[in-house]
Write a protein that binds this ligand. Structure first.
Ligand SMILES: *Cc1c(COP(=O)(O)O)cnc(C)c1O
Length: 412
């Protein structure tokens, strides 16, 4: 069973200070998880996690991760500005973008970020804008289907990202001609993977490619970036990724492929988002309306603007009715928000204990790609973000939007 990281009593204390809905983050969980990840890759001296900022773009969260040794992976102008404000600089910043506007390349270069090019044509664009830096990374797209043990994980051939292999060979050569001295290689081939084999399989693909690129171009490859994609069990009973086994699987591929190619000092990077924050955030909401028509509905004070994943992907998010954990889940509900969109449903036909008006509901695993995917449809306002500190105190780390925020960009 999924257990929230807060008790009902604690939540009552918190909701007495901060009105629902809000996202609540667990500092202890975030730190412990970041340390486990670091430990799992400690065999690689250059290892670093660059947290995917888009998952949870909050300065306090970013500071916590920076204290745990993480860098930041940005993909837009404001994400770059945000991490600069938090104190990340130079090679602590990875810039992995696509269809990149000029201004973003310019700022990334100014900050000394490691630029991960998404396309062959971006070489000339970067050269003309700011010149080619000494260290540069390129993103690989192998095309076709990516499968592990005969099961298809995703279809890179349909994805808009990355260079083909031929473009990488030509691109590395071209980049060296323009002054690049050190190279990185990056690929992101599957999302929210629930297997300990994803990173090792991806690593093998990238390690073979790195060896081939080194042989064909003579490029000095100094890091390989496994990007994001390690998943979390949104549903109770799903496979829990074992980060030690993942680190060990990558180590074996490294020993088998890179070391014999004379590449035993390549640093490994990751750009995890979901794995770093997903389980350590919840959306706290209150049941405010009930409705009995052809189905039973519970209306809550959060809606899809606070958590878009169910509406957008049909994603499952577990729900705990606080204080009723031990009661039988004998009522079937659609748990819905108030948008004028019938996909604004946090749960469909979900078996829960009887929900009474005023009950607090915890929607699990919203720490990544939760708040950050928010929007303002129906004039709905984005919620606050609250941090539950290790000492049990709480801190508002982003205030809720007010109507004044909504009106700020309008011109009458
Ligand atoms: C979104 C993204 C990530 C993080 O993905 P998760 O699924 O959250 O781990 C990492 N790198 C890049 C380039 C991304 O776009």
């Amino acid at each position: 069973m999924k257990k929230p990281f807060v008790t009902l009593d604690k939540l009552k204390e918190i909701t007495a200070r901060y009105p629902t809905p809000f996202h609540l983050y667990d500092e202890r969980g975030i730190r412990e998880n970041a340390r486990r990840l670091k430990q799992a890759f400690a065999w690689n001296p250059g290892y670093r996690e660059y947290f995917a900022v888009k998952a949870t773009p909050n300065p306090t969260i970013l500071k916590i991760l920076r204290e745990e040794g993480c860098g930041a992976d940005c993909s837009s102008l404001t994400e770059l500005m945000l991490v600069q404000e938090v104190g990340f600089s130079g090679s602590e910043i990875m810039f992995s973008s696509n269809e990149t506007p000029d201004e973003e390349f310019i700022l990334a270069h100014k900050l000394g970020a490691v630029i991960n090019l998404d396309d062959f044509t971006h070489i000339d664009i970067l050269k003309d804008l700011v010149g080619i830096p000494e260290t540069i990374s390129c993103r690989y797209n192998p095309g076709g289907k990516f499968s592990i043990s005969n099961s298809i994980m995703d279809s890179p051939g349909d994805a808009k990202y990355g260079f083909t292999k031929e473009q990488l060979i030509e691109g590395f050569t071209k980049l060296m001609g323009l002054g690049a001295k050190h190279f990185g290689l990056h690929a992101f081939l599957a999302s929210n993977t629930l297997t300990d084999k994803y990173y090792p399989a991806l690593a093998a693909v990238l390690f073979h490619l790195a060896a081939e690129l080194k042989e064909k171009t003579g490029a000095d490859i100094t890091f390989i970036n496994l990007s994001g994609g390690v998943g979390i069990p949104y549903r109770p009973g799903e496979h829990v990724n074992h980060i030690e086994a993942i680190g060990e699987g990558v180590r074996r591929a490294y020993e088998e492929i890179l070391v014999p190619s004379g590449m035993g000092n390549v640093a490994l990077y990751t750009e995890l988002g979901r794995y770093m924050l997903g389980p350590y955030g919840v959306l706290v909401t209150r049941a405010i309306r009930e409705k009995h028509i052809y189905k039973e509905y519970i209306g809550v004070d959060a809606c899809a603007v606070n958590l878009m994943r169910p509406a957008m992907y049909g994603a499952y998010h577990h729900i705990t009715v606080m204080g009723k954990e031990d009661e039988p889940a004998d009522h079937k509900y659609d748990v819905v928000g108030s948008l004028c969109e019938n996909n604004d449903k946090f749960a469909i036909d979900r078996m829960l204990p009887k929900v009474d008006m005023g009950d607090l509901l915890v929607i699990h695993d919203t720490g990544a790609h939760g708040y950050s995917m928010g929007y303002n449809y129906n004039g709905k306002l984005r919620s606050a973000e609250i941090l539950l500190r290790e000492d049990g105190s709480t801190q508002m780390i982003r205030r809720a939007e007010t109507p004044a925020d909504y009106f700020a960009t309008l011109r009458f």
